[in-house]
Ligand binder design. Structure first.
Ligand code: FDA
Length: 393
């Protein structure tokens, strides 16, 4: 008979594999279960196939949570440099694209291969295509009923991630288990997601699909200075994904298309110096050409600069520095990178990730109400929470 594992980790994703290998190296018999046919599917599709695996400037301020102090301990103990050291040990080449954001130079497959190799070295067993039907307390430990039979274990770690990209195996399983054991789950919503537009705006921006520009965007308490991309569905690009974490249905976005300065002053100077130039010519030197042309069409005018009164300059300043647009929604779970909200961390130890009063049950990674900004922070949370939990098993 195969010996029962000390630990069962449910979810062979970023957090689950990191936790499993850490506990395996500490001498625990670890079994990882996943209903998918492959481990680390989200890692494989992350960062456009290159996996933005960490951010060197990670701090707790890069995360959203109803309990903001919860992430401090794990992030402090397992820092980006620790993961970089692991990546270097496996001779994986990486590049720093935007300051602090580290991506694989070749492929995200390298990160999955590294984690699976480490799991193998640590004696971890991984069983794919296995679904967990139920979980219950059993003596001092837990008992699981799976599609491949019953398993008893000293501890069970829930690492089933969030709800985004259901086609990749995302489920609400972790939230159901949390509720079964009396834990709260804070409201979940799709975040780091592109915006869709109402039909009138969608028609107006349709010709701009593929155009990218440097903008600043604000909504509620959030403001990001990152690029925006027009798509055939609406607005995307890093700036839009970031602000989607603040956006609530019905909110307007305020987009600064000329974030380097006030359009009024620049237009007034241009009116003085080059009064015979067309507004669209002036715009096309500062914005992508197609967008500059569209702006004139949207507002039905392309005057000579000399024709612009101060009042009209003020109107153009508002259109350019505070373009206000109300999205219809986000693209939702189908394309969102993460889930905002999740298992309420007030019921969880920030040191061991065990449920207060129920030490054999633990939650790590994205299933928890800890959500990072765009830029490698979500993986850093997965690694850090996985290691902290694995060390305490
Ligand atoms: P993760 O989702 O990785 O793993 C959960 C595992 O649990 C999966 O293998 C799933 O099959 C399994 N599972 C779910 N339900 C189950 C059940 N009922 N039974 C058994 N198994 C079950 N982050 C970042 O920092 N940098 C980046 O570049 C990107 N890029 C990116 C792109 C895209 C398209 C997406 C969707 C997401 C990203 N992210 C990202 C976010 C990042 O992928 C995410 O935060 C981590 O993968 C979360 O790690 P977890 O291990 O918590 O969940």
């Amino acid at each position: 008979m195969t010996p029962q594992p000390d630990v069962v980790v449910i979810g062979a994703g970023a957090a689950g594999l990191m936790c499993a290998l850490t506990a395996g190296y500490a001498g625990r018999r670890v079994l990882v279960l996943d209903h998918a046919n492959k481990a680390g599917k989200k890692i494989l599709m992350s960062g456009g196939g290159r996996c933005n695996f960490t951010n060197l400037s990670t701090t707790p301020a890069n995360f959203f949570s109803a309990n903001p102090a919860f992430c401090i301990s794990a992030l402090k103990r397992y820092r980006p440099e620790h993961f970089v050291e692991l990546v270097e040990r496996h001779a994986i080449e990486f590049v720093e694209k935007t300051p602090g954001q580290l991506f694989c130079a070749e492929s995200a497959k390298d990160i999955v291969a590294m984690l699976l190799t480490e799991c193998d070295w640590a004696g971890v067993e991984i069983r794919l295509k296995t679904s967990v039907e139920s979980l219950e307390r059993y003596g001092e430990g837990m008992c699981l009923h799976t599609s491949r039979g019953r398993i008893e274990a000293g501890a069970v770690v829930i690492a089933t991630g969030g709800l985004s990209i259901p086609t990749m195996g995302a489920t609400g399983f972790g939230y159901d288990i949390a509720r079964q054991f009396g834990l709260e789950v804070t409201e979940t919503r799709a975040a780091l997601a592109p915006f869709t537009l109402t039909s009138s705006w969608k028609a107006r921006v349709a010709d701009l699909a593929g155009v990218a520009c440097d903008i600043a965007v604000s909504c509620r308490d959030g403001r990001y200075r990152e690029p925006m991309l027009f798509t055939h569905r609406g607005l995307s690009g890093p700036g839009m994904l970031q602000i989607s974490s603040y956006w609530q249905p019905g909110d307007e976005l305020e987009i600064d298309l000329l974030p380097d300065g006030e359009a009024f002053d620049a237009l007034a100077a241009a009116r003085r110096e080059t009064p015979k130039r067309k507004l669209s010519t002036w715009l096309s030197e500062r914005l992508p050409k197609r967008l500059a042309q569209s702006l004139g069409e949207w507002y039905g005018e392309d005057p000579l600069l000399a024709e612009l009164s101060n009042a009209r300059l003020g109107e153009w300043q508002a259109r350019l520095n505070q373009w206000r647009i109300k999205p219809a929604g986000t693209e939702g779970w189908r394309t969102a990178e993460v889930t905002m909200g999740g298992v309420d961390t007030r019921a969880i130890s920030s040191k061991t990730f065990e449920v207060h009063g129920l030490p054999p049950l633990r939650f790590i990674g994205e299933v928890l109400d800890v959500t990072g900004e765009l830029g490698g922070y979500n993986f850093q949370w997965a690694w850090a929470s996985g290691v902290a939990c694995g060390q305490a098993l």
